[in-house]
Design a protein around this ligand. Structure first.
Ligand code: SAM
Length: 292
């Protein structure tokens, strides 16, 4: 019979039997809310015919729900102390493979090839919050062949991923733009801190990222990312002022002209620009820098 990993008494007893203490450094807040893991598994394409890559299985609460539904699950856990616990809690699943290591050190395309040959692959995770952004960037850079990425993160980071230009909050920025050029972003579920053991100070949210059929054409991505970063570096300044301070090699008049050519007002600020505006600006400034 499957162990009930959302029963606090059961969880405490397993942890104490293994002498386990939570590591704050590794972002260990385990889900103990019975309604959340099945929702993540369902939103996250864990289904027959699909492979699921899980990051950070912890004691296996979400892992159980994934392994019940998917063809195959591979879970990467950094904390070696959790391996014997996982053996006890999810060892019964013969469609589950636990790998020990740091997800940021894996060659993800090679991992997918090795673990899920010929399969559609989804990523599902209750992420360690201290490395949410590097993990997202790593996954985006390594493969767009994922069916979806269903990720639990701090609510504030989820809001940044979904933020739109001109939104009153400070949420819209380089992270929103980098993700939205490649993925559609859906906030699937908000999860309060009481759903975790131990309880984090912040609330969380589950976000589903799905690759766009046609990723935005941003030209030279390195140049695009650089321009986006510069546009947000000094949020209180107008775009023209902040870019001309950051790019002393380009005359301020040329920057003002590029902004006017895009049909934007002279006093526009970075947070009002759409993805298309950033792509046009990046191309115009690239031409300037090349001396056209
Ligand atoms: N999935 C479990 C759950 O929902 O209860 C645990 C989630 S907990 C927020 C994050 C997990 O990621 C922990 O088990 C932690 O040890 C693991 N972890 C932290 N850093 C990691 C890394 N770089 N690579 C893989 N796993 C990591």
């Amino acid at each position: 019979m499957m162990i009930n990993l959302t029963d606090m008494k059961t969880v405490r007893s397993i942890l104490s039997r293994h002498g386990f203490h939570f590591s704050k450094k590794l972002g260990q807040n385990f889900l103990v809310d019975p309604s959340v893991c099945p929702r993540i598994a369902e939103e996250g394409n864990a289904a027959p015919g699909f492979g699921v890559l899980e990051i950070g299985p912890g004691i296996g609460t979400l892992t159980q729900q994934l392994a019940l539904r998917a063809e195959k699950v591979t879970s990467v856990e950094l904390d070696q102390r959790l391996l014997p616990i996982l053996e006890e809690t999810v060892g019964e699943f013969d469609n589950l493979h636990i790998l020990h290591g740091d997800i940021l050190q894996f060659d993800v395309p090679q991992l997918l090839e090795q673990e899920f040959p010929g399969m559609h692959v989804a990523v599902c995770a209750n992420l360690p919050y201290y490395i949410t952004t590097p993990i997202i960037f790593n996954l985006l850079e390594s493969s767009l062949d994922f069916t979806s990425l269903t990720l639990m993160m701090q609510k504030e980071v989820a809001e940044r991923l979904a933020a739109q230009p001109g939104s009153s909050s400070k949420a819209y920025g380089p992270l929103s733009i980098a993700v939205q050029t490649q993925m559609s972003v859906d906030l699937a579920l908000e999860v309060g801190h009481a759903s975790f053991m131990p309880q984090p100070k912040v609330d969380s949210a589950v976000v589903v990222l799905t690759p766009l059929e046609k990723p935005a054409d941003v030209g030279d991505r390195k140049q695009f990312n650089r321009v986006v970063k510069l546009c947000f570096a000094q949020r209180r300044k107008t775009l023209a002022n902040s870019l001309s301070a950051a790019l002393p090699g380009i005359p301020k008049e040329s920057i003002q002209q590029a902004i006017a050519d895009m049909g934007l007002p002279a006093a526009v600020r970075g947070e009002q620009l759409t993805l298309e505006d950033f792509a046009a600006l990046s191309a115009a400034l690239g031409r300037e820098a090349d001396g056209d």
